[in-house]
Design a protein around this ligand. Structure first.
Ligand code: MN
Length: 449
């Protein structure tokens, strides 16, 4: 048995149904077992942003029914009147858990007691503007998929794709907090220094090799103290929840700038996250063993190793990526399936990422976002970037619906991720979508002839 249930409680009960009928429809991402958080305002209104909970195709405006909560749940509910989730996240997972338990009881089918008050606090998702859920404190992007690291490394070093540090260090770089935007927000082709292999000097021009990266984003709730590294065994106490994440990447900018200090402008022009934050608690039924290391691989160093983490520290989250070009949208053609990968294949667990990040004494802050790195699997249908699918652009991809070809993204291309968790005996939950449409580069004077 690979799955290890951790902290399952009444909110995960597969028998639960909601009196919000849309939450009980097969295939719904937001059944009563999920209860993810988002920041929103009614569409087209000037109303203040606030936080709500997803149930079926509705958002429960927590601030509009505060009187239904008491104790820790009330503290958490009060925090939901803020424009971002940070205040809720800073209270610690116990408060969010108390709110979740209360919401599960209130929204449960058969409980009619407060239905009128709750119904008045529901807003259809179709009539809400979903906002960036978290005011991002710091942004760090990892490189936790050994499949992605190997595939990307092979393009540059066919004989030795993995660098010697990979199996010891959860490799990461620091991105830029203000480049994080919510699904659907503007993503624009950046300008940058590009140097073709056969040219002596770079030119400054719009990036040509624009790519996406399928990732999972992890949000820190409870902060850690400066000088006090987080133990692997306690790391989940600091993890509030997860969103889908697209680390848009300009490969031609990246290949010229990245040595020796790592990615910089190639990746910090835009990073998209899905608006729904699925809590660590909601994901408890989908905790699985960390993928087995290949024979001959070193064990993690002791400070990164915890037996319980190895048994239940990975997450079984399937992420599908699709592409729709402008022509496909005009022709009303279905999206092209790019990949289906799963975070359970990652080499490093989320607890190991948290522990590694804090292992030098660096404090983790409420609202820190950590990306998993591109989630690729072993198969050819599980490659989480165009860099891998088209082998660095060498093998173009045919889009059956329109006959178009792609090596990298063209202006107008729309990339969408959908995340979903399934396990026998439990109600599936989903992340909703993370989508973005690539806009053309701004027109500007260049300094090159
Ligand atoms: Mn990345």
């Amino acid at each position: 048995m690979k799955n290890t249930p951790i902290n399952l409680n009444a909110t995960h009960d597969p028998q639960l149904r909601s009196w919000v009928d849309s939450a009980n429809v097969a295939g719904c991402d937001f059944p009563i077992q999920n209860l993810p958080f988002a920041a929103f305002r009614p569409q087209g209104s000037q109303e203040a942003a606030r936080c709500g909970v997803g149930i079926g195709d509705q958002i429960l405006d927590i601030g509009a029914c505060l009187q239904l909560f008491t104790g820790d749940a009330r503290k958490a509910a009060d925090a939901c009147t803020e424009p971002h989730l940070n205040a809720l996240m800073a209270l610690g997972n116990q408060a969010a858990s108390a709110l979740r338990a209360a919401l599960s009881r209130l929204l449960c089918a058969g409980n009619e007691e407060h239905r009128a008050v709750l119904t008045a606090a529901l807003i259809p998702m179709s009539r809400a503007e979903l906002l960036l859920p978290v005011k991002i404190a710091g942004y760090t992007d990892f490189f936790a998929s050994v499949h992605h690291a190997t595939n990307a490394g092979r393009l540059f070093r066919p004989d030795a794709p993995l660098l010697p540090n990979y199996k010891y260090v959860p490799v990461a770089y620091n991105g830029r907090a203000n480049s994080i935007r919510v699904s659907g927000d503007r993503v624009q082709r950046p300008w940058g220094q590009l140097k073709a292999a056969d040219q002596a000097a770079p030119v400054f021009a719009p990036a040509k090799r624009l790519d996406y990266e399928v990732e999972l984003g992890m949000y820190i709730g409870t902060p850690s103290k400066d000088g006090e590294p987080v133990d692997v065994a306690n790391a989940w106490n600091h993890i509030f929840g997860f969103s889908l994440l697209n680390d848009w990447s300009a490969r031609d900018v990246q290949s010229w700038e990245y040595q020796p200090l790592g990615p910089f402008l190639a990746k910090n022009f835009a990073t998209s996250v899905s608006p729904w934050v699925v809590t660590a608690e909601a994901l408890a039924p989908f905790r699985v063993a960390v993928a087995a290391r290949a024979e001959g691989d070193p064990a993690p160093l002791p400070h990164l190793f915890n037996a319980a983490d190895q048994v239940g520290g990975a997450l079984n989250i399937r992420i599908d990526a699709t592409l729709r070009t402008a022509r496909m949208r005009e022709a009303n053609a279905p999206a092209h399936a790019l990949s289906r990968s799963n975070t359970e294949t990652l080499y490093w667990s989320f607890a190991q990422m948290v522990t590694h990040h804090s292992s030098n004494g660096t404090a983790l802050d409420t609202g820190d976002l950590m990306g998993s790195g591109t989630v690729s699997g072993a198969g050819q249908d599980a490659l989480g970037s165009l860099l891998e699918i088209t082998r660095g652009g060498a093998e173009g991809m045919q889009l059956a619906a329109t006959g178009e070809r792609r090596s990298f993204l063209e202006d107008g291309d729309e990339v969408t991720f959908h995340g979903r968790c399934e396990r026998d005996g439990f109600v599936p939950i989903g992340f909703g979508v993370c989508t973005g449409t690539l806009l053309p580069a701004v027109s500007r004077e260049t300094s090159t002839p």
